[in-house]
Design a protein around this ligand. Structure first.
Ligand code: CP
Length: 360
């Protein structure tokens, strides 16, 4: 049987102190020349950046409707290479980033598990990332450890060859590009209703460990008049750091276990699954929490314009028969991820103007 070496743990002077700082004090460390360089936290995105990315994503998807438009997009970044380092399972984030790269002409390399990299011989994750930077112009990572993307970007930014790091999900803490695609989806779903401002959003399920709802909550500070409803079993209530953030930014939120009472009020319902992979108590593993599922019979309880979202993958949270209802936005949401990630990559490599010029 194959024997794997133990992971090497290296010490990086200054890292612990940096990591302990409040996020607002760390944002500049992930900028270059006044622009966002690494995508690590949802808190990096302000309203003008979000509007800019949503608009750019719309233009890219419009261009991609024709063969000549696709040809133009593919010739924007053929001189760039990206590394997809996904050592925690992923379908959507991996494929949407990979296809976003293809749309813009980037070449892509991938590692999808530590058992096929030299980490098996004991190479540290940080040295692994430094190695990628020798070959590619951008690293997109998905990792089971909280703070992984932040640390690797911080380490790389102190080298002679930094490359942008994009956080495709790191442990249970953040998933900033998911939050970006969620905003894009909400803005599109409400495009005939004045966008996301002044909307009531219900977040349902495992709010304690779901990184998507955490990142999305941070972004709500960019929208006026938004009200949040956190609907979760007692054991999976939203953590206090997010609630304190919302209080600081005067964003009203309510907590309840009574899902049905929230259904008629919500403009959007964001369903999430129980994150069993982070389970500390095996007794929670088998429980599917049916009181927090959206069923066919609930369609008559929600508003005519209510958008049903889910970051996916789905387990039992939404009955499959609900998919046919036009308010089921989650498959559109999934596809939106590819366009907004293409917009993000176009921004990082500064080819926005070339895209905008196609419409002038
Ligand atoms: N929403 C999301 O992150 O899906 P994957 O885990 O499949 O990437």
């Amino acid at each position: 049987m194959e024997r794997y070496a133990e992971q090497t743990r290296q010490q990086f002077e200054g890292w612990e102190e940096f990591y302990s700082r409040p996020i607002d004090e760390k944002l500049d460390a992930f900028k270059q020349n006044g622009r966002i360089y690494d995508i690590i936290f949802a808190q990096q995105f302000d309203r003008s950046f979000l509007d800019r990315m949503c608009n750019l994503a719309d233009l890219i998807r419009q261009l991609a409707k024709t063969k000549s438009g696709q040809f133009k997009l593919r010739h924007l970044l053929p001189h760039k290479r990206a590394m997809l380092y996904f050592v925690q399972p992923s379908t959507r984030t991996f494929l949407s980033f990979q296809n976003a790269c293809h749309i813009l002409g980037l070449s892509v390399s991938e590692i999808r598990g530590t058992s096929t990299s030299s980490e098996v011989k004991g190479e540290s994750p940080e040295d692994t990332i430094l190695t990628f930077a020798s070959y590619v112009n951008m690293i997109i990572s998905r990792h089971h450890e909280a703070g992984f993307a932040e640390k690797t970007a911080w380490v790389l930014n102190q080298t002679h060859r930094p490359v942008p790091v994009l956080n495709g999900g790191s442990g249970p803490d953040q998933h900033p590009t998911q939050a970006l695609l969620d905003i894009y989806t909400l803005e599109r779903e409400f495009s005939h209703l004045g966008g996301l401002d002044n909307k009531k959003i219900a977040m349902v399920g495992d709010l304690r460990r779901g990184r998507t709802v955490r990142s999305l909550s941070y972004l709500m500070k960019n929208y006026s008049g938004v009200e949040l409803f956190f609907v979760a079993p007692e054991v999976f209530r939203m953590k206090s750091d997010i609630k304190e953030f919302l209080e600081r930014h005067r964003i009203p939120y309510h907590e309840t276990e009574d899902f049905e009472s929230v259904m008629p009020l919500a403009d959007a319902i964001y369903m999430t699954r129980i994150q069993n992979e982070y389970s500390e108590d095996p007794s929670h593993e088998s429980e599917t929490y049916p009181a927090f599922h959206f069923k066919q019979q609930h369609l008559s309880k929600i508003q005519a314009h209510c958008a049903l979202l889910h970051p996916l993958p789905r387990r039992y949270e939404i009955e499959v028969s609900v998919d046919k209802d036009p308010r089921a936005a989650y498959w559109r949401q999934e596809r939106n991820g590819m366009w907004i990630r293409a917009a993000l990559i176009a921004y990082i490599f500064r080819v926005e103007k070339e895209i905008l010029d196609e419409f002038s």
